[in-house]
Ligand binder design. Structure first.
Ligand code: NDP
Length: 336
């Protein structure tokens, strides 16, 4: 059987990929959840308990960003802490216990122009959903260095609130010059002995208030016009080599001894599949009504980091997943 419907031969391969739908009978579901971080699983728990028989697709990174974290110590209810992967496994079990259908697969296409909403999974199957909860999260940006990947989880982190505690009394560096970098640097300065902020330009992009906070913190040192060359260490991070004023006549290499290297160069919300229909801000974050998970399309809800660039915590994502399931349940109730 042909996988795709035949197309106009004048279309480019790219536009074909956008328009082609698997030639299969759609599966009809009441509530489809895309994404399996704390937002997606919490939505699944609530939706299952409300008899919505949710079907969840886990996405590219089952368990979401928390699976790349080691210890989670700030999620309420775990007095001894819990590892990210363990917590996600527990959430999965809890969602399945109430009948959520948790599946492997990624949403590759969506047609949200009318209800039921149509979503293609892995370009192989099609789901027709009465309600859709988007919980696809955001992906932290990395510099793309080989050594950065090598030390991920052993001194390299993209979340100061998650991992900062392990650097009490130590020396750390934060790379980036935006609000996140400023916020993470001031947070880390409360724990670490010394915080370097590595900024590629000769100014910070962060808001004036945030910059002032950074400037007024004694143990933060700004390294303007510095770029990261490589991170080094024996098994764990011990230092970072920087290039000062790259490309300029007085370019030089700088070596700083640190125990932790924090990325704060932005996140990319995973909203592309839906952005043709869903209102996003200029950075791609899904816009929701204040205090709810409602998007511009009635019946489509968004929760977690795909719609939150401010808090980005597991617990806030879980809370918004709960809101999304309750909003979806109420929406279905209003349709009956
Ligand atoms: P931003 O995009 O604002 O800033 C990213 C920073 O990283 C910039 O300084 C950029 O440098 C730098 N950068 C990007 N790529 C590289 C690279 N390859 N090497 C070195 N440096 C790099 O991201 P943020 O996460 O800081 O903020 C995202 C949004 O969220 C913003 O709108 C921000 O205002 C908002 N926010 C608000 C908060 C609040 O209100 N409390 C808290 C956190 C974020 P350059 O300037 O040279 O491009």
């Amino acid at each position: 059987m042909a996988l795709f419907k035949s197309l106009d031969s004048t279309e480019s391969n790219e536009s074909k990929a956008q328009n082609e739908w698997p030639d299969v009978e759609p599966e009809k579901v009441k509530c489809l959840i895309i994404g399996s971080g704390p937002a997606g699983y919490t939505a699944a728990i609530y939706a299952a308990r409300a008899n919505m028989a949710p079907v969840m697709y886990q996405g590219m990174e089952p368990g979401g960003q928390l699976t790349t974290t080691t210890e989670v110590e700030n999620f309420p209810g775990y007095p001894e802490g819990v590892t990210g992967p363990e917590m996600m496994e527990d959430l999965k079990k809890q969602a399945e216990r109430f009948g959520s259908d948790v599946r492997w697969g990624m949403a590759t296409k969506a047609d949200l122009s009318k209800r039921p909403f149509k979503v293609a999974i892995d370009d192989k199957s099609v789901i027709e959903a009465e309600t859709l909860i988007i919980a696809t999260g955001a992906t932290a940006r990395y510099l793309g260095l080989e050594t950065e990947t090598k030390y991920k989880g052993s001194g390299v982190s993209a979340c100061a609130t998650c991992d900062g505690f392990f650097y009490k009394g130590k020396r750390v560096a934060v790379v980036g010059g935006g609000d996140t970098a400023a916020e993470e640097a001031t947070y880390l300065a409360g724990l670490a002995e010394k915080v370097y902020v590595i900024i590629r330009k000769d100014y910070m992009r962060a808001s004036k208030t945030m910059q002032k906070r950074v400037d007024n913190t004694k143990n933060i040192e700004m390294l303007y016009e510095h770029e990261t060359k490589e991170i080094y260490g024996d098994n764990v991070v011990q230092g970072v080599r920087l290039i000062k004023r790259r490309g300029k006549p007085d370019e030089e290499e700088v070596d700083i001894k640190i125990d932790g290297f924090f990325l704060a160069i932005g996140h990319t919300p995973n909203s592309t599949v839906f952005s043709q229909f869903i209102t996003t801000d200029k950075e791609g974050y899904i816009v929701t009504d204040a205090g709810s998970s409602k998007t511009n399309i009635p019946g489509v809800f968004a929760s977690g980091d795909v719609q939150d660039k401010i808090y980005r915590q597991a617990v806030t994502a879980a809370g918004s997943g709960c809101q999304a399931a309750l909003d979806a349940e109420r929406f279905l109730g209003e349709q009956e």
